[in-house]
Design a protein around this ligand. Sequence first.
Ligand code: PHE
Length: 329
Amino acid sequence: MINKIDETRKSFDEDLSKVDSFASLEELRIKYLSRKGLVSQLFESLKDVSKEDKPKVGQSLNQLKIHTQSKFDEMKETFENNENKSESFVDLSLPGRIRPIGSKHILTQTLDEIKNIFKGLGFSVYEGPELESDYNNFEALNFAPDHPARDMQDTFFVTEDFLLRTHTSPVQVRLMTEKKPPLRAIMPGKVFRNEAISAKSYCLFHQVEGLYVDTDVTFAELKGTLVAFAKQFYGQDVQYRFRASFFPFTEPSAEMDVWWQPKGKEGRWLEVLGCGMVDPNVLKNVGIDPEKYVGYAFGMGVERTAMLKYGIGDIRILFDNDKRFLTQF
Ligand code: PHE
């Protein structure tokens, strides 16, 4: 009997050393520690042992039971700990999670591009406020109080004398009032018009104003500058034309059109900017002597320009903040 107990202990130790999973641990438990397992069977056969031997055999049987049970428990604990560990195991070979990276809005990109081109042509950048006086937005720019041109722009008035600027031209007035010529600057910013919202017009958009005032500025220079811009911005083969136009603050005035050719559709001329020679009245209004100085000015819509360049058909999409659209640029 003692031999049997020793053998069982040895075979248990051996089996234990082979345990490598929860399944084989369970097999071990069934084989030795279950109700019909080898250890219980040995306890069964204790009744056949002679009275004198019983205490000794009983003692080593108890030791076997303690030994097997404690070894089993130990092993079980090890397995459970390992399992917990494997849950928090970090697989360093896995690729990282890609986080979405923000990007500049297409309008900001377009504005940056326009600014860079004009900086390259010798223009500096100047900015003015979005809330303007009626004087700067209209009066100083030669719109008489009852001038019909005032109706050309439907305006958001804040008070009788203050409004949300309808164009960036009031920044010309500020620049010419604050600084003395020669002046050469572009003036980017938001402008507001109280118009019905549609695919073509929005209540808010951006313009870039340009102004050059010196003693010998010519219309030919104005054209040359705008053509140089269009070639850099739209491409060397851009098709353009100048049309005579009217603005109260320039004389003579013109508009520049660029040929728009959407894929698979009929092309057409699109107006991209207004321009002209600064009206002598405007120079007088800002205290610059029109006998001594001449200037040219131009103003372009940024949305228009971006839509034309990137083939965007609806201006509203530029203000929707839809990531599916924005991430394309
Ligand atoms: N301010 C004019 C507009 O908003 C554009 C313009 C600017 C025209 C400068 C001529 C000179 O339409």
